[in-house]
Design a protein around this ligand. Structure first.
Ligand SMILES: [Zn+2]
Ligand SMILES: [Zn+2]
Length: 625
């Protein structure tokens, strides 16, 4: 077991990679390659109603969750992956790992042999309906061509990288070394290489049925591909049926394995080749060599399995499967264990090259419509009408005094305190002033050319709502920032995905996530005193103003001068009172201009001495009003 350096995931949303297996033998092979299991105190549980059983742990540097399907087929894999997504909201990559049937050759002009035990990595999944293998209505879900299914740039570019010479070599070598490691483990004795002699590819037209000298009424009448064979033959081995070795197709790679003094049952086994290409994902259907060849030729299919398409609809998917038969009537189960081991080894080599993305790229892949739905469900209270009303009431020229204060400079230059508290007596015009400051800061954010990485979000508390404004405020801010960044992080998605009211700690975690998309966020909150449960709001603002994880926040809050507020806020804030000389000056400027422009004051009874007296006296008596 490798040493675990990074801390365990905090919760289920920290998992990025899911592995899904249909067979016990596949599941066991994958578990054998875990470097560490999260158990005991680090059990992560699952969402209500999720029937899946999970193993969680670490493979290489990745935290992974492994799900075991209740049965084979796309219906099971669709249900399993949908439930998995409800429990693990941050999954970015779903790997379907196990065994499949392989086409004998790759579709290139210069075809390469695919032999049993090779591994296929899907670049796309072609869904063929149940029992309709010959149907022309084949749905293609192609990662590379985007013809259908979830477009995922991350997977597409990664697969392109893997198809390069150097990355491909690493993948092959990694696969081989993990495979050898797994086969040496206790409990995996039955997973060894079955031997080149057991790898038999018959000519496509040669059926698996009773052959001479065995007498069989049904099988003897079978001449074409669609003629029936007897039930006994379907459950018998080629040796029992006397399938003719003269009808085998020569395989270059197997001949090489058989040459020399090496015994057929090689140990160590030959290194599996890794092929990248399209996989057909079908319902349970009778496989024939003719059907296989047709799909291989017409759709460039190299692998045939039954689970990939079901997962595809729920998660960004890559299918990694070991070839255990050739998808014809001659198939047997000798190769299942070894092919499952090879696939699991390839999965681990695949993950070794899959980069652990920066946390701020840990977004949940959603369509624009889905994103809008999430934004709407996150926000509870929309304060924009209050902001718009206050902005309309603003008198041009007033409020400019704020930007001349040393406190403003100090706040902007982000001294030791990153919160500015504007306070005043009731009726002093705090809200109108705040709306002006908000518009001013927002304007300068838009002027800066840093790709929107600096922005402002505001919230107005309002007594008329008679509510505790903490959660509505946080939810509004999270939805606004997610919208601006066009990213929904796993934690943000989980807020509305679980169906239960998020805890405050969840909201703060989600806010922390959304901040990753920005260099600086100005958060303006007006009228702190108008919330119910004011201590809740003050405690949250205190956390936002002091905790390191929120250091990208520049806070701007406004309220009346209540003792409670002052006690909590003042120690961590730069404070600006509306009763100050700058305001008096502001009022004087306003009066002067009003008197000059208003014809009422041109009446002779307003002597210039009287007017001067008003201009001098009124601002001083106003005291911030
Ligand atoms: Zn028969
Ligand atoms: Zn046979």
């Amino acid at each position: 077991m490798a040493e675990v350096l990074r801390p365990a995931p905090r919760d289920r949303n920290d998992f990025r990679i899911a592995i899904i297996c249909a067979l016990k033998t596949e599941f066991d092979a994958v578990e054998g390659l875990f470097d560490h299991f999260w158990e005991g105190d680090q059990k992560y549980g699952k969402a209500d109603g999720d029937p899946n059983a999970y193993s969680t742990g670490r493979i290489g540097e990745h935290d992974v969750v492994l799900a075991f399907m209740p049965g084979m087929g796309n219906l099971n894999s669709a249900n399993t992956s949908a439930a998995l997504r409800s429990s693990f909201g941050g999954i970015r990559l779903g790997l379907v790992v196990g065994v499949c049937a392989g086409a004998p050759y790759t579709p290139e002009k210069d075809p390469k042999e695919i032999i049993l035990g090779d591994v296929i990595i899907s670049t796309g999944v072609v869904q063929t309906d149940f029992g309709r293998e010959y149907s022309d209505q084949i749905i293609i879900k192609d990662t590379l061509e985007d013809s259908l299914g979830r477009p995922n740039v991350e997977i597409r570019s990664f697969l392109r990288k893997l198809s390069g010479i150097r990355a491909g070599k690493q993948l092959r070598e990694g696969t081989y070394s993990y495979l050898l490691g797994l086969l040496k483990q206790e409990g995996y004795e039955a997973y060894g290489y079955p031997g080149a002699k057991e790898d038999t590819l018959y000519k496509s037209e040669y059926r698996h049925k009773h052959h001479a000298p065995i007498q069989c009424d049904v099988c003897s009448k079978c001449e074409n591909d669609w003629d029936p064979v007897c039930t006994t033959s379907q459950n018998s081995t080629c040796a029992e049926l006397h399938c003719d070795s003269q009808m085998l197709i020569d395989r270059q790679r197997l001949q090489q394995l058989r040459t020399g003094n090496r015994s057929d049952k090689l140990y160590p086994p030959p290194g599996p080749n890794v092929h990248m290409g399209r996989i057909s994902s079908a319902g349970q259907t009778k496989k024939t060599a003719a059907g296989r060849d047709k799909l291989a030729k017409e759709k460039n299919i190299i692998g045939f399995e039954m689970e990939g398409a079901g997962v595809w609809d729920n998660l960004p998917t890559v299918v990694i499967k070991g070839v255990c038969d050739y998808g014809d009537s001659h198939k047997n189960k000798n190769w299942q264990n070894y092919a499952a081991a090879a696939a699991a080894a390839c999965m681990k080599a695949f993950l070794a090259q899959w980069t652990l993305a920066d946390r701020d790229r840990s977004e949940v892949p959603l369509s624009n419509l889905e994103k809008r739905d999430v934004y709407d469900r996150i926000q509870l209270t929309n304060p924009s009408s209050l902001h718009n009303t206050a902005s309309v009431l603003y008198e041009k020229g007033t409020g400019e005094w704020v930007f001349r204060t040393p406190e403003w400079d100090s706040w902007l230059s982000k001294s030791d305190k990153r919160c500015l508290w504007v306070h005043g007596v009731p009726g002093s015009g705090k809200t109108v002033l705040m709306s002006h400051i908000i518009n001013h800061v927002e304007h300068s954010c838009n002027q800066t050319t840093n790709n929107g990485r600096t922005c402002l979000v505001y919230y107005y508390c309002y007594f008329g709502r008679n509510q505790n404004e903490v959660a509505p405020m946080l939810r509004w801010v999270i939805s606004q920032l997610s919208r601006k960044a066009d990213i929904i992080s796993a934690r943000v998605h989980a807020l509305v995905n679980t169906g239960i009211e998020p805890k405050l700690s969840d909201l703060l975690d989600a806010l922390e996530d959304t901040l990753r998309a920005f260099d600086k966020v100005y958060l303006a909150v007006d009228a702190l005193d108008e919330t119910t449960h004011i201590m809740d709001l003050l405690n949250i603002l205190y956390a936002l103003a002091t905790e390191n994880r929120f250091q990208k926040l520049q806070l701007l809050v406004a309220s009346r001068e209540y003792h409670d507020i002052e006690r909590v806020i003042k120690p961590v804030c730069i404070s600006v009172s509306l009763s100050n000389d700058f305001v008096a000056e502001d009022i004087r400027v306003y009066l002067e201009s009003a008197i000059q422009n208003d014809r009422h004051f041109s009446h002779p009874r307003w002597t210039s001495d009287l007017l001067q007296l008003i201009i001098d006296l009124l601002p001083r008596k106003a005291n911030g009003m």
